[in-house]
Every structure is written in structure tokens, then in C-alpha cells.
Design a protein around this ligand. Sequence first.
Ligand code: UDP
Ligand code: MN
Length: 840
Amino acid sequence: MKVRKYFRGSGRVLAFVFIASVIWLLFDMAALRLSINDVNSQLLKEIIVKQRAAAKQQATKRTHLVNRVGFKQSIQKVDLDLETELKLSNKGDKKVNDVNKKLTKFDPAIKDNEFNKNIEYKKSGVNKLGDGKAVGIIKRNNENESNKSKPAKVQASYTKTPIGTIAQVVLKNGSDGTDIHVKQGMQKQHASELTKSGLLQNAPRKIPADVPNMTKAPSGAQEEKMQNPDKKFEDKASHDNMQLEKQHNHSKERTQLPNMVKSDKEHLKDNDKILNLLDRRYLNKSDPAIVKHQVQPTMKAAVPQRVEIKGNSSSARKSSMHLVMQVDMTQSPRDSDAVGQFGLAAVVPKDKQEEMLRRWNEGHFNVYLSEQIPVDRAIPDTRPQTCLESLVHDDLPTTSVIFCFVDEVWSTLLRSVHSVLNRSPPHLLKEIILVDDFSSKDYLKDNLDIYMSQFPKVRIIRLKERQGLIRARLAGAAIATGKVLTFLDSHIECNVGWLEPLLERVYTDRRKVACPVIEVISDKDMSYVLVDNFQRGIFKWPLVFGWSTLSEEVIKRDKMKDSDPIRCPVMAGGLFSIDRQYFYELGTYDPGLDVWGGENMEISFKIWMCGGEIEIIPCSRVGHIFRSENPYKFPKNKQKTVERNLARVAEVWLDEYKEQFYGHGYHHLLDKSIDVGNLTDQIQLRQKLKCKSFRWYLENVYPEMDAPLVRAQGLIFNLGARKCLALEKGVLSFDVCDLSKQSQLFNHTWMRHLQQQQSCIGVRERESVVLEPCDITKPNLRWLHKSLILSSDLVDHLIVEHLPKRTCLEAGAQTGCLILSVCDPGSQFQKWQFTHYYTQ
Ligand code: UDP
Ligand code: MN
């Protein structure tokens, strides 16, 4: 009754007014949410399109200026003979090399021009954005209706880090009941204001200690040091005719490999071995389970646009597909004026030049500039246009991203991790595993733990002693839980849409190993530079990695689009996705490989020869800082380490072609001076997997490779005696030349043998010519001939390799037998010619 009283007379009016205003308020709030969301997505979309267009234009302009340097540097042999050989065989590439040389010059004039362009661009960018304020870039591609009605929430906070203040912005689905940091009256505000308001409401995060002064002794950022050691090595394969299998984009039944599967027990044993490498003290420290600040930089914007696949008869899967998601989240509003923003070239102010040079050696790139650049800077989307229309399956497998590092520069390590967190669809990124390969820098210990603890997906493991990148990757793989392993270097930036196209290939066929296009982050100005299309990884003797562009002819013949996967004989190294189980079936990497070098050859030969495929996926792009030198120490001598690794690879995988490897400058490895370690496991693995021969690999995967089994072949004609060498019943003599006679046919092999069947011509006690059973370890059986000889007036001579004084094979004018004499360029009796030469 009492209550009723209140609803009489003026009470009724009051109640009506109250209810009406509540309803009005509710309507108002709903409208406000919608309009903020619309305004934001619209603004952000526009900004992204503008940035992308401008940055793409800028990057395209530069593409002709910068050439990607070889990913792996070759360790060239010490003796001069090979250098001569290489020079000779690279004559045709002189022009390219000259251009390269010019372009690698650290030319301030060019940089200034670049900078001016950038300033212009930046200014116009700012004007177009209206107020020039910092803008939070949040890509909202494919946002659908249901999303709009559940606006994303922004949660932001400051994190002070050694490289500056990071603002952490979290977006959550509005329907989950948590607060939205939006105040009344904000609907007219700029997107940046929205995030700013969010920022202001949060208390500062835990602040890690500052990075200690990392400066080392003055560096020599001299030009020579920055030059590409592989410049000599340019592929002559502009006639790259590889038969390119046309790839399908749609799903295909996954093929299982019978008889190749290691038992689970075996896996566990292997993993245990690897885990013993770990310093278990650290395992818990960064265990996601104990991470306190669980700030997840995920967002709702990455809703795929679904496409149902119709009539795909061959497909065992019936899953639908969507356009590749274009996730690009930021930690804070992006400042369009920030150094290096949008992947543009950054410039070192005049008064900082000295500091820049001083710090160069910390990473063998512009460490000073790297530190000025935001950890989550935008980079131009360099994918071919058609990639924007390519579809990927809805049920792609998850991946564990593995970064191993040793003494990596703080800012580049962070940028690498952020680029993965920010540009990967969250549901596909199972975890990021950072494997610290026993770094010596303090900032990579507690500071890194603290910094990464804000990202629950990031796990850090520490190795007890330096293992090298091969075993460090294996340690990461051993604890990975994603279906696919994705290995990345610790100085990269993943581009928009990088992950799904890689996973799609693995999903299509688990034996496909997918590599992104590796683009260039300039070591000098940190700009992001796109590379030419249609490039693939190849090798040249002695197992030196390089890039080669497919020829126009092949591209036309196979009607290749710039977004089609490219079969790749050798992967560059650090960046690829592989089905985790398949990685183990293949026996992982050879764990006997040390520190760095040769592992890309090993895994590439293994993949191809044992039933898999390596592809470069043009719709996936990752920038990498190519450095002229390794910034870390090699526990043993670098040259010896790489040589030993390569010799292991050659012994296990090259079959009869290993002579080519040793013959291109690694003879000294045969003198048993190095111990390649035990190869039994690797050889057994190859047998167990029933892998194909190296000849098969050359013929089917890399037919353009010129790989003759001998250097020269046929009759050996003496210009003085005008007769040919003959070997009959164990006796050497001269005879009238006759190609049909077996006794006159010899090889000059890669081992530099003068060989007929198992017999080799050699030298005994410096004076007599003898016949001996061939043995690649014996230096007294080696003869230098043609391009192996430095002085051009001795090219037709056969010179004893192991004697210090130049001693030549001579046809005795009177005696008609073979003698040894001091080399004489004028003597016709010391000149020999084979019927066929396969090298210059
Ligand atoms: N790395 C490592 N331990 C080593 C050598 C290298 O963990 O002993 C890491 C390194 O920090 C990098 C990756 O392995 O993230 C590849 O090495 P690098 O970038 O030097 O190779 P490149 O790109 O020159 O081939
Ligand atoms: Mn690298």
C-alpha cells in the first residue's frame, strides 16, 4: 500500500520521467557504441590503405636499388687455385657484381635522397590523416555484422622498457562483460584519442631495469666489411629452366609416409636428450602458467570471410575456406613520425654518427637506428596483389614459432617477437618459444623474462652451454606443442598475412616445407625492402647457398602467377614451417652439426631426397636483416666449424658427387686433418627412410645445376710428342691417338686424379712417375691442370700439386716415357690436352 501511494499523483509523473530517461540513456549508449565502432573502423581502414599505398610505392621505388645478399656466406678455401677457378667460372657475372658493388656502397647522397622522399611522404601522410596525431592502427579486415554489434574493447597500459615506453592495448569482445574504456562524449574523438583515454586509466606496469650500456669497442662499419662476400656468387641460371610443377591451391588428401615414423618412445628419447641441454632453472621462470600479467594482444577484428568450397571432388576434407586474415595489431597508437615507421629508411643524425659506428659491431647492423624504431612499426604490405584474393582453409593447424638466439640485439629481438604476436591470427599461434643459446648479455636474462612475461604465449628456455643454432632449434622443437613448427631468425619482421599461407601449404600436404619470401631489412638504414619475384634458393659448389630468379621462359611456359608457390632446391636457412611430426620422421636436423652453417643444405637435401618438398610461398613475406658478419663468437674457429659441417653433409648426402664438393676447394679436408664426427646415425637414417640418390635430386629438383662428375675426359694428347698417353697391363706409354681404345681414355677427376678405372698416375719421392691405386686422401696423386693453375702460361701443363717447386709431367722426347721436370712454359713436351673439358 505504501508503495502504491508513491505512484499516485505527482509520484506517477516522476516515475514515468525516471523510466523514460533510463530507456533514453540505454538507447543513447547503444548508439554511441555503434558509432564509435564505425568511426574507428572507417578511420583505421582509411589510414591503413593510405599507409600501405604510400609505403608500397616507396618500397617499390627502391627495389632496384637493393639486392639481397646471400643468406649464408661462403667460407672460401685458402689456396689461390680455387679462387682463380671461381673467378673464371663467374666471368659472366662481372656486370652484376659491379652493379652490386656500387649499390652496396654506403653512400650518404643516396641516403639523403631517400630521406627527403620520406619526409615528403610523411608530411603528406600526416596531412591526409587530418590532425597528424598518433593513430592506433588496428586492421579490421572482414569485420562482419555480428562483430559490429559487439564492439571491440580497448584496454591499455604503459610498460616502461629499456627501449622506451610501450603502451599495451588490449581489445576484447564487448560481449564478454568487461569494462569498456570509453567515456561519454568520445564519439567524435579520433581513434588515437580512444586509445589514449584507455591508456590514462591504467596504472603503470612493472618497470624492468634499464639495459646496461652495450657499447663495445669502436666498430669498423667500413664499406668492405659491409660488402656481400657472396657477390661473386651469382647464379648464371637466368636460364633457369626448372620444370615447375603447377601447384594447386585447394586441398588435397594428405599423404602419410609409411615406414618413416619413429615410435613415440624414440621421439621421447630424442627429446629427452635435447632437453638435457636445457638449463632447467629457467624453464619454470618463464612458464606461461606462472606469468602474472596476462595481457594478450589479441583482437576480435580477425574474423575470416568464409567461402564454401563447392565440388572439390578430390578433396577428402570438406572444410570451408576464407580470405587470408590481415591481422596487424599495435601495442600503442602508431606514430607516423616515428623513426623507421612504415618500414621507411631511417637516418642517423650527424651528431650521432660516431655512436652509430661505435655500436655497429653489437649486431653487425645499424644497432643505433634499430633502437630508435618502434618495436611494432608498420611495414609495407609487399605481397603480390593476387594474394589478397587467395583462400586458406578454416581449420589450419596451429604453429609453435621458434626463435633461437645468441646475444641478439634487444630491439631486434623484440621487434621479431612483436611482429609475430601482432601479425599472426591468434588462434593459429600456439606459442612462441625463445631459445637462448647461452647468451652472454645480461639484458637477455631477467629483463627479457620480465618483458616477455606480459605475453602468455611466449616461453623462454635457456641452454646450459652454447649449442649452436642447430641444436638450439632442436631444443625449441622438443618442447613445442603446435602442430607445425615455424623457425625464424631473431632479427626479422613478419609482414601482414605471413602465417596462413605457410600453414596452408603444410595443411595441403604434410610433406611440404614452406618458406616465406625473405625480404631485406637494410642493415644500414633499417628500411624494409621488397625483393624481386620468382626467386628461389639454390646452391653452387662447394655447397654455397645463393638466390636465382626463374627465367622468363619458365614463368611463361608454366603460366606462373607471382603468387604461385615456387619449388626451391635449397632453403635459405632460418625461416620455414614444417609439420612437427614430419620433422621428427625426417630425423630432424643432423644434431652433429655445430654452431652455424651447412644446416640449410642438410635439411634441404634430406627433405627432397626423402620424399618431401620445399616451396617458397610468395604470399608470405618476412623481412630479415642480412648481415655481413656473424655478430657472435664461434667457440672454435668459424672456418673450421663450417667446413666440418659441410663435410658431414657431403659425406651423408652427396654420394659420388661429394668429389665435386671436395674438388672445389676442400681437398685439405680429405687429408684427415679434421674429424667430422660419427656419421653412422645419419647414414642409417638415410637408409631407413629409403631416401633417393643425390643424382635423382640433381636430375629432378635442380636439373639446371651443372654437375659433371669429372673435370676432363678422353684422350690425353701431348703437344710435343703428338701422341696420346696409354695404359696397358700396368705400364704407361705413348701411342698413336685412338679414341676407340680403352687404354687411352683417362679422366681428370675432381680429386685432381689422372685416372683410368682404379689406377691413378702419381709421383714417388719427388722424381719418378708411378701408377698407384686411386686414393682421395693421398696428395701425391693430385695434378693441377687448366683453370686450377694460376699462371696462364702453364694452363696446358700437368703440375704436381703437392710439391713446393713447380714440377710438371713431361713426355721424354727421346725415351718415349714419362718424366718429371721443372715447369717450363715454352716446352711443348709439357703440354697436355684432354678431348673434353667440363670446366673452364
Ligand atoms: N644462433 C644461435 N646460436 C648460434 C648461432 C646462431 O642461436 O650459435 C641464432 C642467431 O641468433 C639467429 C639464428 O640462429 O637467430 C640464425 O643465425 P644468423 O642470423 O647468424 O644466420 P644467418 O642469417 O646469417 O644465416
Ligand atoms: Mn639471420
